[in-house]
Design a binder for this molecule. Sequence first.
Ligand code: SF4
Length: 436
Amino acid sequence: MKVSVISPEIYTYGAMLIGGILRDSGHEVKIANNFAGDTEDIVLISLYSTQHLLSPEIREFIRNKRSQGGTVVIGGPVSAYPEMVIGELEPDFVVIGEGEETVPELFSTGFSKDIAGIAFMDDSGIVVRPKRGQASVDRGLPLIPDDISAQSIRGASAYIETHRGCTGACTFCQVPRFFGRNIRSRNLDDILAEVREFKRMGATRLSVSGGTGSLYMADDGKFNEDAFVGLLKEMAAIMGPNNISSPDIRVDCISERVLDAIRDYSIGWVFFGIESGSDRILRDMGKGATVQAASDAVFACRDHGLKVAGSFIVGHPKETEEDFELTRDFITGHSLDDAFVSVAEPIPMTPLADLVLKTPRSENPVYTPHNGEYKSLKLTEAEARSFDLQMHADMFKPGLHVVTDEVFNAYLAGVRKDGEEVRAATELLFRYYGHE
Ligand code: SF4
C-alpha cells in the first residue's frame, strides 16, 4: 500500500518509528510534518496533544480525505481517549496505545474491524476493541525524513527513545499511563544503529527522549548508572558530545556518576520537572519528590559544572496563593539557567483530569479572574501566576537580564494563549467525561 504518515508541526519520534515499521512491512511510506503537501489515499496521523483534537485544519483534512474515498487512521498519545478522538475528528480508525503490532496488522488485513487495539465508529456507535499488552521495544530503523536537519525541538533534531515507561506517577502526566510504570529498555546496539542513521540523514543534535533518561536499563526496578553512562558515552562517540543532550531527569534519579556523564558526554544541561515549590502541591501532584530534593539536585548539578533548567506548573486546582509564593521563592532562590512555566493542563484519563472534573469552574484558577498585582492585564489567576513566574525566572537568571517591552509582551501573549488552550482542553473534557 502507499501510505502517508503525518505528525503536525514536528516529525515526532513516534511517527518516524511507525513509518519505519510500515516500510519494513512492505508498504511505500511518505512522511510529513504538515497537511499541505500531496498525500496518499491512506493516511496515518500521529497526534500528541489534546489541542490537535480542536484543530480545524486537521478536522478539515480528515473530512476531505474521507470524502474522496481515502482512509484515515489516527495514533499517538491522544489514542488513550479514543472516544474523544472519534467524536472530534471522525477518522476511520484510532489505533489505541502502542501501535507497533496493531498498525501493521490493521494494514495487512485490509483494515479489518475485528482486530485488537483499535476503535472506530459504526452504525451502533463508537466501538472500542480490547486493548493489546505492551509492545516489544525491538524493531528496525525509523523512517527519517530528508529534512530532519531543519528540525529543532529544544535544540535537538529528534528525541530518540532509549526506553519506555516511567517509575513515577505524576498525576498530570500521561507517560506512566500510556507506557506503564515498568521500564522497558532497548538494546544498546539498536539504539546506536539508530543514532548512526540519524547522523547519516543529517541530524545535528539528538536528545534522549522524555521521561527520565537515567532510568535506561532500570528494567528490574533498579537504577543502572553503568548503563546510562555507557549509553551517553557511546552516543557521544558517534555524534560528538556537543551534539547529544539528555535533559529530562527526575530530581531523585541522579548520582555523582550520572551528573559527571552528562557533563562529559553531552551539552551539559539538565532539565528537571520541579513543578512547584510547595510540598503540599507536590504531594497532590503525586510527584514523589520534595522541594528539598529538588533544591539539592539543582545545587548538585552546579557542583558538577552543569546548567540547570526547571519546569513549573501553575494553576493546579488545589494551588493556593501561599503555594504559588513558595514556587516563586524557589525560582528566585535558585537562579535557574532557564525555566519553563505552564498552566496545569488536564490530559484526559489522568488523575489531574479527574480532579479538574470535580472542581467547579468558579474554584479553578484556570477560570477565576486575577484581582491582584496584574489586574489591569485582565488575566485569569493561573495566567497571572504563570506570567509572574516567567518574569521572576528571567530576572533571577545568572547574568544581567532586562525585561524589555518586547519580552514583557511576548510573555503576556504566551500566558494568554496557554490559558486559552488549557480552558479549551478542559471544556472538551467536560463535554466527554464531565457531569456538571
Ligand atoms: S517523572 Fe516525568 S515522565 Fe515520569 S510520571 Fe513524572 S512527569 Fe511523567
